[in-house]
Design a protein around this ligand. Structure first.
Ligand code: TXA
Ligand code: MG
Length: 321
């Protein structure tokens, strides 16, 4: 017998996106719980920004070090304004790229309603306005900002579909099923704390686009800036990664790009970097199937290829630490 999709095709912890489940998700956040939520970049593990219990649950579920602060998600510039100071440059970037995959690090306003643990003792806040109706709809229902790191166990591959979140959290965390994330790679993080805007993490918004808008290059991060997503040990599959490989050797699977002959999976047969970014984490997860190593074809180092290569380098690095 066939029933409505929401009752039959969804395992218990994977929730369809409908009013009932959005309300249930908002209630859970209000009560200090966490929920997996799709964004245009990757799935986030969400808690109400002001909830100390929710924030603690994020760190516990992810196994995330307490020194690693969370990104705050808002549904509007007004909501952002209540949290951080917005210099002219921030307003310019916000006007150009929000809603969207750009995170800005800005000075925190005193007394903001963010649970202190989410900020890991910093007097800055990383904030973004996402372009995904499920995340913004949930923020609106809740009426407060949402903190959400990527919805994966700390240091592992990010999640770009609801089933990935369910896999990582062993059915303990409900996740709203918004389908596959369209960008597939995390937001670009720019710090506006110093004299010059600095690129803390390349991501789904190509840094060249930001530089073109600003009319000047982004600075490299200074060593005092904390962005643990930049730590070498991150985004790692269990299998060893061998980068810039022409072909797989026995025991390896092959992740191709641009039509690599004999590849098990190809990030983009047509050689399209946006498509490759969308597929990156899902394909790494799919190939992380017990084989010892994954050979990865060279990815051009321009546009979104900068962020893809950044994630691949960190994923490959983790095993030799
Ligand atoms: O696309 C994204 O950004 C996703 C979605 C869910 O929004 N989120 C995400 O969160 O990638 P997460 O926690 O995996 O990465 C956020 C990065 C971390 O490396 C964290 O250290 C850094 O942002 N971060 C957070 N607050 C910061 C701050 N005040 N200063 C510098 N870096 C900060
Ligand atoms: Mg992450």
């Amino acid at each position: 017998m066939r029933g409505p999709k929401s009752q039959l095709s969804y395992p218990n912890m994977i929730w369809p996106v409908d009013d009932t489940h959005l309300d249930r998700a908002a209630q859970r956040l209000r009560a200090g719980g966490v929920v997996g939520v799709p964004t245009e970049t990757v799935y986030g593990l969400a808690a109400a920004a002001g909830s100390a219990a929710g924030v603690a649950a994020i760190y516990r579920h992810k196994g995330r070090p307490a020194i690693n602060p969370l990104i705050v998600h808002a549904d509007s510039l007004d909501m952002v304004r209540a949290l951080v100071e917005l210099p002219a440059l921030a307003l310019k970037l916000a006007a150009a790229f929000w809603p969207g995959p750009l995170t800005l690090v800005l000075p925190r306003r005193p007394g903001v309603a963010i649970a202190p643990a989410a900020l890991a003792g910093l007097d800055s806040v990383a904030v973004r306005v996402p372009a995904h109706a499920v995340m913004t709809g949930l923020i609106q229902r809740l009426g407060t900002p949402i903190v959400a790191p990527s919805a994966n166990r700390s240091g592992r591959l990010s999640a770009t579909r609801a089933a990935h979140v369910d896999e990582d959290f062993g059915g303990e965390v409900p996740v709203l099923d918004g389908g596959d994330c369209c960008a597939g790679i995390e937001s670009t993080i720019v710090s506006l704390l110093g004299d010059t805007p600095a690129l803390l993490r390349p991501g789904a918004l190509a840094s060249g686009q930001i530089e073109a808008m600003l009319g000047r290059p982004l600075a490299a991060p200074t060593s005092t800036i904390i962005a643990p997503g930049m730590l070498l040990r991150h985004y790692a599959p269990r299998a060893r990664l061998r980068l810039n490989a022409a072909a797989a050797v026995p025991g390896e699977s092959m992740l191709g790009f641009g039509g690599t002959p004999g590849a098990d999976l190809d990030l983009s047969p047509a050689g399209d970097l946006a498509e490759a970014a969308t597929n990156l984490f899902a394909m790494l997860r799919a190939l992380d199937d017990g084989r010892e190593a994954i050979a990865v074809a060279p990815i051009p180092a321009h546009g979104l290829g900068i962020a893809i290569n950044d994630r691949l380098r960190r994923a490959a690095q983790s095993q030799i630490e």
